[in-house]
Design a protein around this ligand. Structure first.
Ligand code: HEC
Length: 210
């Protein structure tokens, strides 16, 4: 029995060593991922694949749905950190043609504007992937990686042409201390209750008024 165990030990050590090396290689491969962008990480199925954590009514009649991926929600809930691979998405809806409201007072939404905005964090993206001068700042690396922002058409997954990424940064930089995610309070509410936070921000467009 003793002989058998000691004979097995080197084999186990070898197996562990191989597993460790394979793990490191896999990690390297993940870090040296191809130069895709945020829109390759989120597709038309985002509504089913992610949690809708908030619904925002705006003073101009627009409604926004905010989404987070399930793993990020879990990490946020237990560690209050937004990990490598975090995905946030926001879909905007035009004002309802007749300006209708629900009995609760919330806005009835019009059609999707078919331009979903996304922010995706990855350790695999370098400085060169965050294109503008503010982008360099926006993309300061942390142990969880950098954010990249983009937009896509939810019907096809096609990238929004000519999106002005510097404009995205201009607003989101405002909350640098909160890792650039503006709706963390709403994410918190969802993490606590499991129900999408429904809120009215009585200012226009995406102006920050909270
Ligand atoms: C005028 C300011 C402004 C601009 C420009 C802007 N955002 Fe935002 N963004 C906001 C606000 C405010 C929220 C929170 C939801 C709300 O109040 O409607 C938000 C929410 C988001 C969210 C959900 C996560 C979060 O931070 O709360 C994503 C993803 C996002 N924006 C991506 C983008 C992208 C991509 C662009 C550029 C194409 C962009 N944003 C441009 C203000 C802005």
């Amino acid at each position: 029995m003793t002989d058998f165990r000691s004979a097995r030990r080197p084999a186990i050590a070898l197996a562990v060593a191989i597993a460790v090396v394979t793990g490191i290689t896999a990690q390297r491969a993940a870090m040296a991922e191809p130069r895709d962008g945020p829109t390759e990480r989120v597709g038309p199925e985002f509504r089913e694949a992610m949690h809708r954590y908030a619904i925002v009514d705006r003073g101009d009649g627009k409604v926004y749905d905010l989404y987070v991926d399930p793993r990020t929600l879990e990490v946020w809930r237990s560690q209050r950190r937004l990990p490598d691979g975090a995905i946030f998405a926001i879909e905007s809806f035009a004002p309802h043609a007749d300006g209708l409201r629900e009995a609760s007072g919330h806005l009835v939404r019009g059609a999707s504007e078919n331009d979903v905005h996304v922010a995706v964090k990855s350790t695999g993206w370098g400085r060169e992937d965050v294109p503008t001068s503010t982008g360099l700042l926006f993309g300061q690396p942390t142990e969880d990686g950098r954010w990249r922002m983009d937009g896509f058409d939810p019907r096809t997954g096609a990238r929004t042409p000519d999106l002005d990424i510097a404009e995205c940064h201009a607003c989101h930089l405002d909350r640098r201390a909160e890792d650039f995610i503006l709706s963390r309070g709403l994410l918190d509410r969802f993490a606590r209750t499991g129900a999408p936070a429904r809120i009215t921000f009585d200012c226009l467009g995406r102006e920050i008024c909270f």
